[in-house]
Design a protein around this ligand. Structure first.
Ligand code: HSE
Length: 345
């Protein structure tokens, strides 16, 4: 079966996805008889393109990565990402616009539009999960399509699928982990002697920090991930504002050195607990020692430990390899897996 794909958002993750699809093209065909073409691309600052007959993805990658505009690849005039979705004639839409922790827009509208048009909608974006989970799942079901978001939390590690597929009817009581790679890399590199600014620059150079790193360093990316986990896995809507995160800007080199001398280190700890139907959640720097599973998660290693009513302390850890194939390939793999699982469902 042939699938036309629309990429809404064409940053590091979406471009890594395009490359991964190309790498796996022959395998997709031989294992599942899946073929694909790209028929819509919406970028943040390098133009819009739609062509139901197919867009040359190599050209699109080259244009955007050399700082050029890809509008010349379009077979029609377009006004905004929604017009790309409408005119792409796609069967699968990947939403990877920048995360908006305040209200999930415009990603929420992109996904509503795609599902309404009968496309599968797949995203690494936490915003629509937090602000539209129930609505989007119901819309997808009414259209016989999938709304999938495996890579929204912990990239390619199957956090949501584990509960969906492997832990039916287990109730999630609490979780604790490190969910933001940028701050974990910064704290690790500061422990190694680098300044905060140098470490942040490194995170931006490998494409791990968000376009606006404020959301990373002030804890909003972590808070929206906590909110997404609680909303989906604890069946309790939670917003990042309710999590009210504290970021890492207050952690000085002196504090890190003192902690190190005491055999401890600072981590941006993410946690939530459900008691009596109410969820309490937190994102804040905490001192951890070697007895904590979070102590050994350094640099871009992130992970979370879940406690359910039947299984105590089930841990998932993701060690990312930033820079591989020019982008966050683990997050791209989560999108790829969602694509395969959606269309073979
Ligand atoms: N900026 C995010 C992080 C990327 O640092 O974890 C993955 O969501």
């Amino acid at each position: 079966m042939h699938y036309k794909l629309a990429l809404i958002g064409f940053g590091n993750v979406a471009r890594a996805l395009a490359r991964l699809l190309i790498v796996k093209q022959a395998l997709l065909k031989s294992a599942y008889d899946i073929t694909f073409s790209f028929t819509g691309i919406a970028t943040g600052g390098h133009g819009l393109a739609a062509n139901p007959a197919g867009i040359d993805i190599q050209q699109a990658l080259e244009l955007v990565e050399s700082g050029s505009d890809l509008s010349a690849l379009s077979s029609m005039p377009l006004t905004d990402p929604l017009s790309v979705i409408r005119n792409s004639n796609a069967s699968v839409m990947f939403e990877n616009s920048p995360v908006n922790p305040q209200n999930g827009q415009p990603a929420l509208d992109h996904i509503r539009a795609a599902l309404s048009l009968g496309m599968h909608a797949i995203t690494a974006n936490k915003g629509p999960v937090v602000y539209g989970y129930r609505e989007l799942i119901e819309l997808a079901e009414s259209k016989g399509r999938n709304f999938r978001f495996e890579s929204a939390v912990l990239g390619g590690a199957p956090v949501f699928s584990v509960f969906r597929e492997s832990f039916p009817l287990a109730e999630l009581a609490s979780f604790k982990g490190i969910l933001n790679a940028t701050t974990n890399i910064i704290l690790s590199r500061m422990e190694g002697g680098e300044s905060y600014e140098e470490a942040l620059k490194y995170c931006q150079s490998i494409g791990v920090a968000e376009r606006d790193p404020t959301n990373d360093v002030d804890g909003w990316d972590a808070a929206i991930k906590v909110a997404a986990l609680a909303t989906v896995l604890m069946d309790t809507p939670l917003t990042p504002q309710k999590v009210n995160p504290t970021g890492i800007r207050g952690i000085t080199p002196e504090m890190i050195a003192k902690a190190k001398a005491e055999g401890k280190r600072y981590k941006l700890v993410c946690s939530a607990e459900k008691v009596g139907g109410q969820v309490t959640a937190s994102v804040a720097p905490q001192l951890v020692d070697a007895s904590s599973p979070l102590y050994g998660m350094m640099n871009s290693s992130t992970g979370v430990t879940f406690r359910t009513d039947v299984i105590l302390d089930y841990s998932i850890t993701l060690s990312e390899r930033p820079g591989l194939q020019g982008g966050p390939v683990e997050t791209a793999y989560g999108l790829f897996a969602d694509f395969v699982n959606a269309v073979k469902a």
